[in-house]
Design a binder for this molecule. Structure first.
Ligand SMILES: [Zn+2]
Length: 288
């Protein structure tokens, strides 16, 4: 089963939302960035957050989330586009699990002091940017806080990343439910209680449940209408041409110096760890 997101609405209950499977995306990110288990879980939750936030966008819009804390992971940056493309990285990918932490304790690894910055490119003249403190340091709680405080929309977020005994990604995904006008907060409170009653999302997904199954479990007897699926995938915006452009933006002296030292210039993309290598011949156009 490839990654995807399903949209839903429950008019009588007064909510709309999304559920998604992000296993492939998190696996690919973990492989590209060589993340430790706790970093995999944190990055996986952040990538799932981006996938869910991306579903709120209109065509050709983008959203970026930066989780920045005082823990050893330092920061996690993820981006999503309206077409389902998602990417991201963690600043310190090889953080090891401390014996004092609970199992895969994202809140300890990220730290509870810091900020979540959300930047939206809505194809308007200015970018929309909003910053909230990290209230708990776990990605799920921080995103919930952001949606409720900054966007003032009663929202429920639940997500999870399940690792196997080797520390590899077995399953990942989540859901985001938001109140519809007139924004009755009791509905979100009721559904939040329901999330606590059902098994953890990561376990449900690891057992082979689909995003649709998650919604069916969450809503129980409440009527929901599924509005269609959208594929989700890991995709970066970097390219050899863009990397060359970045080199062209350096001074001629800098380029010459780097070439003299290493015989080549390596551009390593933060987001996907793709490496673009340029030698003398590639750069003759710049260096002459
Ligand atoms: Zn890249």
């Amino acid at each position: 089963m490839s990654d995807y997101l399903v949209r839903m609405i429950a008019r009588e209950t007064g909510v709309r939302g999304f559920a998604c499977l992000t296993t492939d995306i998190v696996q690919e990110a973990a492989r590209r960035h060589q993340t430790s288990p706790v970093a995999t879980v944190a990055l996986g939750q952040a990538l799932t957050s981006a996938s869910l936030m991306g579903a709120l966008l209109k065509a050709r819009q983008r959203v970026a989330l930066k989780f920045e804390g005082n823990g050893p992971l330092a920061k996690i940056i993820v981006e999503a586009e309206s077409n389902g493309a998602v990417r991201g990285y963690v600043a310190v990918p090889d953080v090891s699990q401390s014996p004092q932490w609970g199992a895969f304790a994202v809140s300890e690894a990220l730290g509870s002091e810091g900020f979540l910055t959300v930047v939206k490119d809505l194809r308007l003249r200015d970018l929309y940017q909003s910053i909230v403190p990290l209230p708990v340091g776990d990605i799920e709680g921080d995103l919930t806080y952001y949606l409720n405080q900054s966007e003032q929309l009663p929202s429920l977020v639940a997500m999870g990343v399940q690792l196997d005994e080797m520390g590899q990604v077995a399953a990942a995904g989540g859901l985001l439910i938001q109140s519809l006008p007139p924004y009755n907060p009791d509905v979100i409170a009721m559904l939040s209680e329901r999330v606590e009653e059902i098994p953890p999302i990561r376990e449900l997904l690891a057992q082979g449940n689909t995003p649709e199954d998650l919604l069916a479990l969450l809503f129980g007897n409440l009527e929901i209408k599924l509005l269609g699926q959208q594929p989700l995938f890991f995709q970066c915006t970097c390219s050899r041409e863009r990397s060359l452009q970045a080199i062209k933006n350096l001074s001629l002296d800098e380029v010459a110096e780097m070439l003299a030292a290493e015989e080549q210039i390596v551009v390593d993309c933060h987001f996907c760890h793709e490496r673009y290598i340029f030698d003398h011949e590639d750069l003759v156009e710049i260096t002459g």
